[in-house]
Ligand binder design. Sequence first.
Ligand SMILES: Nc1nc2c(ncn2[C@@H]2O[C@H](COP(=O)(O)OP(=O)(O)OP(=O)(O)O)[C@@H](O)[C@H]2O)c(=O)[nH]1
Ligand SMILES: [Mg+2]
Length: 240
Amino acid sequence: MKATLIIIPTFNEKENISPLIDAIFSVEPKLHLLFVDDSSPDGTAEEVMRFQQKFPEQIHLLSRAEKEGLGKAYIHGFQWGLARDYDYLFEMDADLSHPAAALPKMISKLEEGKDVVVGSRYLGGVNVVNWPLSRIALSMGASIYVRLITGLAIKDPTAGFVGYRASALRKLVLAEIAFVGYAFQIEMKFKLWKKGCTLEEVPIVFVNRERGVSKMNGSIIWEAIFGVIYLKFVSIFKRI
Ligand SMILES: Nc1nc2c(ncn2[C@@H]2O[C@H](COP(=O)(O)OP(=O)(O)OP(=O)(O)O)[C@@H](O)[C@H]2O)c(=O)[nH]1
Ligand SMILES: [Mg+2]
């Protein structure tokens, strides 16, 4: 198997670390995991370090001083992984919303030659468990909005369970990725599509978090609404 790194941003996810590691290693025992923690006050980093003692080759931790949003944490994680020559790099939430069981299928899409594989909630229906209707409507509305404005034909453009071929990530100037929330997820997919990368969606069932607290807020939604217009506007005048 190609060297694969699963990047997991964390902010106050201590109680999800152990079940997440179990879930991933039970389907793919050889994967490497990189936790990118923004100095969570609940001791998430210490919990990761406890597992590092057990799996020193496979579990890695990047500790950042400030809470700067998921986008910045991922950029740091991508840079770390690309510098170490991983072939495939994944984004995955820490809160067990993303099913580890989908990883083998997602990895196989990269092995078949796709540049980007997206774990999609809206392929062949709505596969979301325990989200209020308002949240589903917001997320599906985002998908239609992104398609209308940018033309990006992805059913789940705000998806945060994504695998990238390292060569695809190297086509981007990571330091220029501007956004930090849902808009970050849209920006990554849009820019890679514009670079000519192949994107494929794989259906997943997304389960709302049972432990810990959501970091979603109004500013993340506004960033996405204006961010999509900004991305389209910039792409008209500048090759991105
Ligand atoms: N390092 C870091 N991780 C973050 C930050 N904000 C969110 N995360 C992590 O990013 C992942 C997704 O965040 P969530 O709060 O689950 O956001 P969401 O999935 O959009 O919404 P909910 O599932 O409703 O909570 C989780 O693993 C969070 O711990 C941040 O500022 N820094
Ligand atoms: Mg979540």
